[in-house]
Design a protein around this ligand. Structure first.
Ligand code: ADP
Ligand code: MG
Length: 248
């Protein structure tokens, strides 16, 4: 990242400190073996941003997502997400914290023996939303992701793109402030990949902060969003309206 860019970010942070929704400060994460997966990472994201995280396999992208979900705790450094200090958060507060995060994975992770409606409703049952509200919320979110007519289908009766839409509906039904997606188009063909990315963009335009880990060079280059590039556990570039940087 250029020095002027760095100064710009710092200035913005000072101007809009309270609008920061994700902040990593000098974050490192070492697993029991191997080189550190993250090494002194600083990343600040404002409410309402859309950010791509790109980088080679093994560069630490999924580790970062797991830290943001508080699935992992950093070896050193500070992480703050939606005002929660994730290093010092009490265990009993973690479920409430996670309720405000939606997460989508490459492999969809749907309940195979439940239909579309039940897969989405499940996320609401866990947080004890009354059935009456579930009956209102689920059809509405399924319409948002373009699956209004498919609520009775089982996952195996759906295409990959449709299954990912169900996963996105499930991630959104509790109205999270942040949506995290770890390679959401990794199992999809180009047409479905585009449709899913456009859906994520639309969700962002409706106010949700969106972070997308991806290898999809063509989509990153076309979408003109902020692009954070990782390499061997370090952020090597962070650009507004960035592009997917070619390796070496
Ligand atoms: P990415 O998502 O960018 O492919 P990861 O965050 O999954 O990268 O992995 C970063 C590094 O940490 C890799 O070298 C990987 O082998 C290592 N790693 C990831 N998870 C573990 C684990 N549970 N135990 C040990 N090493 C791990
Ligand atoms: Mg990964």
């Amino acid at each position: 990242m250029a020095k002027s860019e760095l100064r710009g970010r710092k200035r913005r942070k000072q101007l809009a400190g309270s609008d920061e929704i994700i902040s990593l400060t000098n974050v490192s994460k070492a697993y029991a073996t191997g080189a550190p997966a993250l090494n002194g990472v600083d990343l600040h994201i404002q409410k309402g941003e859309f950010v791509f995280i790109v980088g080679d396999s093994g560069s630490g992208k999924s580790t970062m997502i797991k830290l943001l979900l508080r699935e992992l705790v950093p070896t050193s450094g500070e992480i703050n997400v939606m005002g929660y200090d994730l290093v010092h958060i009490r265990h009993r507060k973690i479920p409430k914290f996670r309720r405000n995060l939606g997460i989508v994975f490459q492999d969809f992770r749907l309940l195979k023996d439940r239909n579309v409606y039940e897969n989405v409703a499940f996320a609401q049952r866990i947080v004890q939303v009354p059935n009456k509200e579930i009956k209102r919320n689920v059809p509405s979110i399924l319409a948002t992701v373009g699956l209004a007519g498919k609520y009775k289908a089982k996952p195996r009766q759906l295409s990959g793109g449709e299954q990912q839409r169900v996963a996105i509906a499930r991630a959104l039904v509790n109205r999270p402030s942040i949506l995290l997606a770890d390679e959401p188009t990794g199992n999809l063909d180009p047409k479905n990949s585009w449709e899913i990315m456009k859906l994520l963009e639309q969700i962002n335009e409706n106010g949700t902060t969106v972070l997308v880990v991806t290898h999809n060079r063509e989509i990153v280059n076309a979408m003109q969003k902020r692009v954070v590039t990782m390499k061997k556990g370090v952020i090597v570039s962070d650009e507004e309206k960035g592009v997917y940087i070619d390796e070496d």
